[in-house]
Design a protein around this ligand. Sequence first.
Ligand code: HEC
Ligand code: HEC
Ligand code: HEC
Ligand code: HEC
Length: 209
Amino acid sequence: MNTKPSIPFLCFCFFAILFVSSCKNHKEDEYHSLTDKIKAESKHYKGTSISSEKYINGLNLLEITENEILFSIPNRKDEIKSFKCTECHSKTLKKMHSAGLKKAHWNIKLNHANQEVMNCVTCHNGDNMDNLKSLTTHTIDFNKSYKLCSQCHQKEYKDWIGGAHGKRIESWAPPRVSMTCVNCHNPHSPSFDTKWPARFNTQKVEERK
Ligand code: HEC
Ligand code: HEC
Ligand code: HEC
Ligand code: HEC
């Protein structure tokens, strides 16, 4: 008689042990993965009772919903010195140009995209200066200028919605308030200069002497 255990029997033993030991592990850790654990333990989470409301009270804010995420940004129109534009731009830009007026806004120098792809009326609406305009000539409110930027900077725009680009203001607890693009970037010259740290390291200078 052959006393050697058959191969199918060996296989059965191997999987039986594996099964028992995996069940044992399962009991010890309770969850198969970290994601399972987070899902199970956050089932009864009712959110935080802490609120930023007292910090944002009285701020001039605008509530927006982008990609189904609701948050607030600071209003811009009150910050723009020469708003309302139509106080001077009562005629279309075409008519103003042909009137041979002196050049205005001499302080604004475009340093953004290449001049062949971008000029003043890429973003401003010559027929209705109180609003911005999209590349497909839709009206964009000055308070929502992030819609203008998002046309060409999708990556930063998406990061911004998620909270990875830009800055949250006042407090971390909900309701969320985030800076908008033009709080940090000048639309006419949006990139930042490289700079030295605000505080010079005098200790290092001493050590080098
Ligand atoms: C104090 C008057 C005044 C105000 C306020 C004003 N503008 Fe103007 N703007 C002018 C004049 C004058 C011109 C020059 C027209 C020309 O070049 O023939 C001009 C020209 C422009 C041009 C065209 C520049 C070019 O080189 O073609 C843009 C764009 C513009 N303005 C945007 C704005 C916007 C946006 C606002 C509001 C946020 C505004 N302006 C507010 C007086 C004003
Ligand atoms: C990339 C888009 C873009 C281009 C190009 C652009 N602007 Fe603007 N401009 C804006 C936005 C956005 C604002 C509002 C900024 C804010 O909220 O502070 C603005 C604001 C202004 C203002 C009001 C500034 C103030 O503080 O009073 C004037 C005037 C203006 N632009 C004129 C011009 C002129 C003239 C040109 C061309 C030389 C130009 N812009 C090109 C996007 C643009
Ligand atoms: C019509 C398309 C267009 C719009 C609208 C536009 N941008 Fe840009 N932007 C560009 C291009 C093109 C460049 C140059 C990219 C490069 O040099 O890599 C640029 C450059 C920049 C840079 C500098 C990137 C760097 O590498 O230093 C910043 C910051 C920026 N844009 C922010 C903005 C903001 C904020 C707005 C909205 C107010 C805006 N842009 C609107 C096309 C656009
Ligand atoms: C709290 C300030 C802040 C806000 C708000 C903000 N940015 Fe920026 N952004 C920055 C800083 C800081 C950098 C990095 C600049 C550098 O590295 O020189 C940057 C970089 C960028 C760049 C260049 C990226 C690269 O790879 O070089 C673009 C484009 C840009 N931002 C677009 C936007 C747009 C569009 C929005 C709004 C949806 C926005 N930013 C909102 C501060 C801000």
